[in-house]
Design a protein. Structure first.
Length: 96
């Protein structure tokens, strides 16, 4: 049985794999938001996003816009380096 290589020389992941990584990222965002005690509407408003945009990121149905990362981190009271680590962990969710 072969393992999928997701190293620096790997081929682009399939859409299914990318969806899985986006869902992982969205789940982490949702966990942090819920731990902060914020609703989707509150978080979106504080980040300057529409609630449907925030919900789509959490659901893994929309790639996080890089311009949203700092406002999202600020809204979640998450140090930006932790947000960057989450993005790095899930980097295969978004094509280069």
């Amino acid at each position: 049985m072969s393992m999928t290589n997701l190293g620096p020389n790997a081929a682009l992941p399939t859409d299914i794999v990318m969806d899985a990584w986006r869902h992982m990222f969205g789940g982490m965002i949702q966990d942090v938001r819920e731990s902060a005690g914020r609703s989707i509407e509150q978080a979106a408003q504080l980040a300057g996003m529409e609630p449907l945009e925030w919900a789509a990121v959490e659901d893994g149905n929309m790639a996080a816009d890089p311009a949203w990362l700092r406002p999202m981190a600020d809204t979640l009271e998450l140090p930006f380096d932790q947000m960057q680590a989450m993005v790095y962990l899930c980097q295969y969710a978004w094509p280069e």
